[in-house]
Design a protein around this ligand. Structure first.
Ligand code: ZN
Length: 194
């Protein structure tokens, strides 16, 4: 496994089990946007299979050509961590089905990443959905394909660009079709390879 922060801008979070006192690893508080995104219990480092590194380097370069930066938010996740997250969500009465895979564990292969994008000039996040306004359905690709407003159309354009760029590296959205999750095409999800 390769530590991704050697190659990419990575964001690591620590969230206490209570979920209340959320902070970045350096102790700084999370922004509201970060809070909306966060559902992982604890991530100290982000790793992926070495197989994925050259593909992600190509992805990063392709986004750079559009003045877009790539942030890797999550990579390898052990089966134990998957189970812990699922258990924790169930204990808190939070939704699990449709949110986290319970029958396939793509991150346990080391061949899947969760990403966000940012503007290389301003450093600001580039959003491809507005979950607060549009609800949980906006987590999934093509939600905005028939949007008529400029913001919705722009979200869709960014999603299309992501599909193109990841697709060139033989990466596809996962089974849940979440807009942030990209994995190597055809991975045997149930067999951790790390
Ligand atoms: Zn994912």
């Amino acid at each position: 496994m390769h530590k991704l922060s050697d190659f990419f801008r990575c964001v690591n979070y620590y969230a206490g089990e209570s979920g209340r006192d959320l902070r970045n690893l350096d102790g700084s508080p999370l922004t509201d946007n970060d809070r909306q995104r966060l559902f992982i219990a604890e991530i100290n480092e982000i790793y992926v299979s070495p197989l994925l590194i050259p593909k992600l380097v190509l992805v990063k370069e392709a986004f750079r050509a559009h003045n877009i930066g790539l942030v890797i938010k999550d990579g390898f996740r052990s089966l134990e961590l998957y189970k812990m997250i699922i258990e924790m969500r169930r204990r808190k009465g939070q939704q699990v089905e449709g949110i986290i895979s319970t029958d396939r564990f793509p991150h346990a292969t080391g061949l899947a990443v969760d990403v966000t994008l940012f503007d290389l000039s301003t450093g600001k996040d580039i959003w491809n959905r507005d979950e607060v306004k549009d609800g949980e359905g906006s987590r999934f690709l093509n939600f905005y394909q028939s949007a008529t407003d400029e913001i919705g159309r722009n979200f869709h354009r960014i999603q299309i660009l992501m599909q193109e760029i990841f697709g060139r590296s033989d990466m596809v959205a996962g089974q849940l079709n979440e807009v942030w999750h990209w994995e190597l095409s055809g991975i045997n999800e149930k067999t951790p390879r790390c």
